[in-house]
Ligand binder design. Structure first.
Ligand code: FES
Length: 163
């Protein structure tokens, strides 16, 4: 026989327990949300990126008068009569990766047709600027290093490495 005082859901104690548990559950969810938000807020907002310095290996890997594209790092390593230097391989128009055209003796962008000399100087196309030169040096192990984050003056004496 049903207890009329407690209604069709059962006795009063179980209803009270139900709402107590519901309240505790809601508080628990709110606490977890607050903890997650606090952790995000307190954690350092740091973007971990790879080092801008590229180890291009031993200079003798690059024969005289060669232009070598490093696809992974977006740079060219160029060995000219003046020495080794590096320029960005990323087009200054909209950022496409350029390619060295050995048969034409120039660097070409496949996206909108910009062309550059081996020195990075623009020949034609919509690119607004030349390909920037990057700092190069030889480390203690004799490896050629390129700092992609540091531009240096094009064709300047100090912008070359001589071995
Ligand atoms: S991205 Fe190179 S010409 Fe447009």
């Amino acid at each position: 026989m049903a207890d009329e005082k407690n209604g069709p859901l059962g006795n009063d104690l179980s209803r009270r327990q139900f709402f107590t548990k519901l309240g505790l559950g809601s508080l628990s969810i709110a606490a977890v949300g607050t903890a997650a938000f606090s952790y995000q807020y307190l954690e350092p907002n740091v973007l971990y990126e790879p080092s801008p310095v590229v180890n291009a290996g031993k200079p003798d890997r690059y024969p005289l008068d060669s232009v070598t594209l490093d696809v992974n790092n977006g740079i060219y390593i160029i060995h000219s009569a003046e020495g080794y230097f590096s320029i960005s391989a990323v087009c200054t128009h909209l950022g496409c990766l350029t390619a060295w055209k050995q048969e034409l003796g120039l660097i070409a962008c496949p996206c909108h047709g910009s062309k550059f000399e081996q020195s990075g100087k623009k020949i034609e196309g919509p690119a607004p600027k030349p390909l920037p030169w990057k700092r190069v040096w030889i480390n203690d192990d004799g490896d050629l290093l390129v700092d992609r984050s540091t531009d240096v003056p094009a064709l300047a004496r100090d912008s070359f490495v001589r071995v």
